[in-house]
Design a protein. Structure first.
Length: 161
């Protein structure tokens, strides 16, 4: 099963991908492979070689719908990046990636707010399914929040009348 990025039809008749994914991985080869897999599936991707580079990209105003981050990085590791993203960009899910298979590490990441945890090396299909689920979960949460705001606004306008 191939999971494709969701897209919207544009006026010109083509499709425009709406999801932007930031891949944070210190090993260039792995970063390029993950970006290539996601790009081939139709996602728009950018890569960062460190947690600090990722923070700079986010702070520059670039908008990302999802972050895939390696756990092990110098200076700002994946857990530190997760904390910063949860503080400043709470609607952006983060999927942690690592060679570490220690259950306590995985649980710590999930309990700290990671959407999911992928153990390297992972299969293409698992990556695409996990990314698709995370983006769908984000979309549903944002949609639900918009519906709640609209409902509150309607109730408020009825109360005023």
């Amino acid at each position: 099963m191939v999971v494709k990025a969701s897209a919207i039809k544009c006026a010109a008749g083509g499709y425009v991908v709406t999801e932007q994914i930031l891949v944070v991985e210190p090993e260039e080869t792995i970063r390029r492979i993950v970006v290539s897999l996601l790009s081939t599936a139709g996602y728009k991707c950018a890569g960062a070689k460190s947690g600090n580079d990722a923070v700079s990209m986010l702070a520059s105003g670039q908008v990302f719908d999802l972050v895939l981050s390696s756990l092990m990085m110098v200076n700002l590791d994946g857990m530190g990046l997760l904390g910063r993203i949860k503080d400043k960009y709470p609607d952006v899910p983060l999927i942690m990636m690592s060679e570490v298979t220690d259950v306590s590490v995985v649980l710590r990441a999930i309990r700290s707010g990671a959407y999911d945890f992928l153990v390297k090396p992972f299969e293409r299909e698992l990556l695409l399914r996990t990314v698709s689920r995370a983006l769908e979960d984000r979309r549903l949460k944002l949609e639900n929040r918009a519906y709640v705001k609209r409902l509150e606004s309607l109730v408020k306008s009825l109360d005023e009348n």
